[in-house]
Each structure stands twice: as C-alpha cells, then as structure tokens.
Design a protein around this ligand. Structure first.
Ligand SMILES: NC(=O)c1ccc[n+]([C@@H]2O[C@H](COP(=O)([O-])OP(=O)(O)OC[C@H]3O[C@@H](n4cnc5c(N)ncnc54)[C@H](O)[C@@H]3O)[C@@H](O)[C@H]2O)c1
Length: 407
C-alpha cells in the first residue's frame, strides 16, 4: 500500500476547516493526511495554526512559498472565489493535482483556462461539489439511466436560505462584484446555491461525472440586501442540449434556512427531493427511496479524488465540466442585464439573534408556484419581478461584466 497522499491546503479559515476534518477522516483510513497549510490571515488564525505546527504540519503565510517548498502530493484550495484561477493554475503548473472549492470559477474564461492547464499538465483537477456524492443524486442518476422516469423533461430546484448581515460582514469579498481586477460575483448562484444548479445540470446529463450543456438561458437576478452588490435572489431557466429544461430558484432572503428542494419530471414518473427525502411517484404510487437524500460530504470528494489518482476513477466534478456550469451562471447574468433592486414593501429588515436579516415574506410561496408551472417569477407576474430575455450561451467563452448595473 502506498503512503497516504500529503495534502497542502490553501485557506484555513472558513471552509478550509471542513477540508481539515475530511483529511482527519482520510488519515484514519490511511488515504491522505494534512501536510501543510497556507493562510494569509495569521492575525486571526495564528494561535490555531501554531497547534497544527506542533502536530508536524508545515505552516505558511504565503501560498506560493508553500508550493515552492513543501513536498506534497495534492494541493487543496479553499480560498475565496476570485482567487481560485491563479492558485489552481499555479499549483497545476508546479506539478500538483488540485482539489478546489466550488465554484471553480465565476467566469467561463477562468474555468476554460483552468481546464486547459489541467489538460496540458495531465493532472487531475477536481471541484468540491460534495452534494454530487449524495444518496439522492446517485439514485436519481440510476433511475434516469434505467429509464424508470421515462424521458426527463423538467428539473426544478428551490434553494431557500437565510443569510443575515453578519454573513456579508464576515469577509471582505462577501457579496462583492469585483475586487481589484478580479471578478468575485459572490451571490447565491455562484456560492452557496451553486451546488443546486450544479446538481441539476448533473442530473440532466447522461453519464456520471458529466454536466448537461446549457444552450439557452432566461434569468433575472434580484437584490434587497443592503450589504450586497450582487444578487441575493436568482431565478434562472436553462434549456440544455441534452433536452431537460431546468428551473433554478434560489434566495438568501427566506425567513429560515431550508434543505434543497428538487423535482425531476419524466414522461413516466416524478421524483421529488424534499426535507432530505427522495420520493418517486409513478402511476399514483409513491415510494420513498432515501431518507438521507442530500448527504454528500467533502470527504466523499476526497475519496473520489484519491481513487481518481490511484485507479483512474471518474471524478464527480472535474474542472472541464465546470465550464458548463459557468456558462449557465454567466448566461443568467447576461440575461438579467443587471441586478434588479427589489423595492419596498416586498422585503423587510428583520432582527434575528442580535443581527439583522433581509426577508422576502412570500418568496417560498412564489418559488413553489413557479415550480408548479415551470416558469420564472416574471412569467408568474410576481409584483417585484422583471421581464427577462433569452440568451444563447452555446458558444459563450468570455464574460466581462462592467458593474452590477451592467451585467
Ligand atoms: N463546498 C461547500 O459546501 C462550501 C461551503 C462554504 C464555502 N465554500 C467555498 O469555499 C471557498 C472559501 O469560502 P469561505 O466562505 O470559507 O471563505 P472565507 O473568506 O471565510 O475563508 C477563506 C480563507 O482563505 C484565506 N485566504 C484568503 N486569501 C488567501 C491567500 N492569498 N492565501 C492564503 N489564504 C488566503 C482567508 O484568510 C480565509 O481564512 C469558496 O470558494 C466557497 O465557495 C464551499
């Protein structure tokens, strides 16, 4: 048996800690171990990092110094969205396979550049879309491949999240359009609910490890959260090359956080993921197929990545597939044309545990009515919704928005 893969992690605070927990599990299994950490914010994390140093982990402030000095086998990137491209490309060029946090990139050109570097280097580059490893996603893929649902026509996803002001205050990049010359585009579509759109494209694709290719997109992006530049609410319709039409509805402004909701409609049956249950209904007969529907974890993605290295296993989420996600995401902004302000009285600012949240009182209801008809809030004539135009993203290779008002 080979020695455990030595992992060098860039970005310790935030989701980096989940990587560390995953690596602790990997170490118990003899698969991988935390070898080095690069964290720029030593002021905030110095004491915690000193504990890791005592355990033999190499600690750096400068990630490039870490790549140059530390002898590792895999580089993991858990830094903000706008830093992924440079870090992933540099690590690949230095000869390391890379596991990067989602979303891989916020522009299609960045995803293409990262995928090209991975292809030229011949090294694996995977993206931590851990929900792809979920029970429901695997079972849905099997059901669809076996023809149990017939031809899949529509896939809907509803993401009802609650992100209070503190979420936006936790990091300088939170909710931002751009920092310096780098796009951040940090909203639910590229950040927390990127999982949902990625899952939907994955379910719509014929084979494991693939996303369906978006062809046409209609979308509108909305904002009432005063601390955000980007959307807090996204309503996106996607026509895929493979056939299924997707309806993606996500907000950070629901009164409470809810688990993802999915509906997959085929000519022979319908599958619904709700409250972590996967239920299939065919000819009036209802069957519960999973009670831990969305249970994918970052450690599942590490195991898959390691089997990719050792046994050529197909990655759940390889960088080249993320080009399709970026096309859908960028197409949504292009279609929306701008981030549309939601006027009062359609939202309120609500005190919540010593903090304040922006809440759209009727958003869950509007989204579920949209799902029933597979239409956007604008088609439903929701009073705050704006008209949308359709854009073709088939050949989209560059996306360079000017501002949140000129996407
Ligand atoms: N897979 C998931 O479910 C999931 C969940 C949350 C976040 N994420 C992703 O994780 C990434 C980070 O998000 P976050 O919310 O943890 O961000 P964050 O800002 O809370 O944490 C990022 C960490 O990276 C560090 N960092 C920033 N620049 C650095 C640099 N140049 N060198 C070294 N370290 C640097 C920061 O100091 C911070 O400790 C994003 O891509 C996000 O989408 C994924």
């Amino acid at each position: 048996m080979r020695d455990p893969f030595r992992v060098a992690l860039i970005g310790f605070g935030g989701f980096g800690r989940v990587h560390i927990r995953a690596l602790q599990a990997m170490e118990k299994e003899g698969l991988a171990a935390l070898h080095a950490i690069a964290e720029i914010n030593q002021e905030a994390y110095g004491e915690q990092l000193a504990l890791w140093r005592e355990k033999g982990v190499h600690i750096y402030t400068d990630w490039q110094e870490m790549l140059a000095e530390c002898e590792c086998d895999i580089v993991a990137v858990a830094t903000p969205l706008h830093l992924h491209r440079e870090m992933v490309i540099t690590a690949l060029e230095a000869g390391y396979p890379v596991l990067c946090e989602k979303s891989a990139a916020v522009t299609v050109q960045d995803a293409i550049a990262m995928a090209q570097t991975a292809a030229h280097s011949g090294l694996l580059c995977g993206i931590d879309f851990q929900l792809l490893a979920s029970d429901a996603v695997g079972k849905l893929k099997q059901l669809i491949a076996a023809g149990s649902l017939g031809e899949v026509k529509r896939i809907s996803g509803v993401g009802l999240g609650n992100r209070s002001d503190q979420y936006y205050q936790r990091a300088s990049w939170a909710g931002k359009f751009r920092i310096g010359d780098k796009y951040v585009l940090d909203g639910p579509m590229d950040n927390a609910f990127a999982h949902m759109l990625n899952n939907m494209l994955y379910i719509a694709a014929p084979a494991p490890g693939q996303l369906a290719a978006p062809v046409k997109v209609r979308a509108s992006m909305y904002r009432a959260q005063p601390l955000a530049e980007m959307e807090d609410t996204a309503a996106v319709w996607v026509k895929t090359k493979e056939g299924p039409e997707l309806l993606y509805l996500a907000t950070y402004n629901n009164a409470v956080n809810k688990p993802h909701y999915y509906r997959v409609e085929g000519t022979l049956g319908t599958a619904v993921v709700e409250n972590n249950q996967l239920v299939v209904t065919k000819q009036g007969r209802r069957e519960v197929l999973s009670t831990q529907a969305m249970n994918g974890k970052t450690e599942d993605i590490y195991r898959n990545f390691i089997r990719g290295l050792t046994h050529n296993e197909t990655l759940f989420s390889a960088i080249d597939e993320s080009i399709k996600l970026a096309k859908a995401q960028n197409g949504a902004y292009i279609s929306s044309g701008r981030i549309h302000p939601i006027p009062e009285p359609y939202y309120s600012r609500v005190p919540i545990e010593g903090d304040t949240a922006t809440v759209y009182a009727d958003i869950a209801d509007v989204f579920m009515r949209c799902v029933e008809q597979h239409i956007l809030p604008a088609d439903l004539a929701a009073p705050w919704a704006v008209d949308v135009r359709e854009v073709d993203v088939t050949d989209l290779e560059v996306y360079q928005p000017v501002s949140p008002d000129q996407l």
